[in-house]
Design a binder for this molecule. Structure first.
Ligand code: PMP
Length: 348
């Protein structure tokens, strides 16, 4: 079977005039969008990588493709084989779409608390979906452990996105290279939230390699963390303590995953939900850009970093997925009111 290796030139660099090799060839090569209001307010260039434009609608298409390609290359994934994964939804969507394109099946284990839109989309595209109660990682009933056991019991391939380094390598060879090319190497800082840490780590490692090769200063890498995650404390003082909670999905972490190990993270911002929602609603109503919760956290962190660095800097962040995936939550006045969160004025 022929397919682009993660090392292959990303579509953005191959150019929009070329033909994509099936759905898989359309992953990556996303636009880098200037966020006007944030840029004008800070005197910086604040740029968002439009990952919601991937075929599966999120940044996780890249990790899914890298993980499946790696399993094929290692000979563990055979034609007609099955991939099992525990996911907040987006990785499940990416894995299922890439699996359909390449002749595999997926079993997706997901906490039942995730958005209805992701659950319904996974069913629609033909994933064998198993919803489990939301449990902390230390509990054997946590979705990650359920997925590992299921793979072991059935002899399927466990994608293991949290600790499988193919995840960050995918970002290192595509997302980082695209950002470097799109900004012509002018990136002063990169802000990113973490679920597995694959995006943050892969982009951090890739940009650092590229800067070194070009004999330029490497960009500052800033973790954007929601409340209820341990990583902010880990970056600040090595302590994975958790406080508060967040409505954002797919991000926040209570442990240092293998993908995050050995990666230099210069600083961290902890973003409360109202601060992220302000950016989500403003981008929606004033710039026509529809993003989900984790992207809102990322943009809010980029603005904080821009204010700290001062005018004239370029800050890149990730727009992980789109708002439509959270219509029943982030864009639902009843849900927001019940959580004591602000409602977008045009929906009130
Ligand atoms: N945002 C969303 C919406 C996600 O689904 C995920 C993945 N769970 C992330 C951000 C985090 O990406 P990563 O796993 O690469 O840290």
């Amino acid at each position: 079977m022929t397919h682009p290796h993660p090392d292959a030139t990303p579509p953005a660099i191959a150019g929009w005039t070329s033909i994509s090799d099936g759905m898989v060839g359309a992953i990556g090569g996303t636009p880098l969008i200037r966020l006007h209001k944030a840029s004008e307010a800070t005197g910086c260039e604040i740029l968002g990588k439009a990952e919601f434009m991937n075929p599966g609608g999120s940044v996780k298409d890249r990790a899914a493709l890298a993980i499946i390609t790696d399993a094929e290359d290692r000979g563990v994934l055979k034609p007609g084989g099955t991939i099992v994964e525990g996911t907040a939804g987006n990785t499940g969507i990416g894995l299922t779409l890439v699996a359909k394109a390449r002749g595999y099946n997926t079993v997706i284990v997901m906490p039942e608390t995730q958005s209805r839109e992701k659950i319904e989309f996974l069913r629609m595209i033909g994933a064998d979906l198993k919803l489990v109660p939301a449990k902390p990682f230390r509990d054997p009933g946590n979705y990650v452990h359920v997925s590992r056991r299921l793979a072991e019991e059935t002899g399927a391939v466990w994608a293991n996105q949290f600790d499988n380094l193919a995840n960050r390598e995918g970002h290192r060879h595509t997302t980082a290279l695209e950002i470097w090319t799109q900004t012509e190497g002018k990136v002063d800082a990169f802000t990113c939230s973490c679920g597995t840490g694959g995006t943050l780590a892969g982009v951090a490692l890739g940009l650092s390699d590229l800067a070194e090769r070009a004999e330029r200063k490497r960009p500052e890498i800033i973790l954007a963390d929601p409340e209820g995650s341990g990583l902010y404390g880990w970056v600040k003082n090595g302590d994975l303590s958790i406080q508060g909670s967040s409505i954002t999905e797919g991000i926040g972490q209570s442990r240092v995953t293998a993908n995050l190990e050995g990666v230099t993270i210069d600083d961290a911002e902890r973003i409360p939900d109202p601060e992220a929602l302000e950016q989500i609603f403003s981008l929606q109503s004033e710039e026509g850009i529809s993003i989900g919760g984790s992207a809102g956290i990322n943009v809010a962190a980029a603005i904080r970093v821009a204010k700290r660095l001062g005018p004239g800097h370029t800050i890149v962040t990730i727009l992980c997925d789109g708002g439509a995936r959270y219509q029943s939550k982030i864009f639902n006045p009843e849900f927001l009111e019940a959580k004591g969160l602000p409602t977008p004025p045009w929906l009130a």
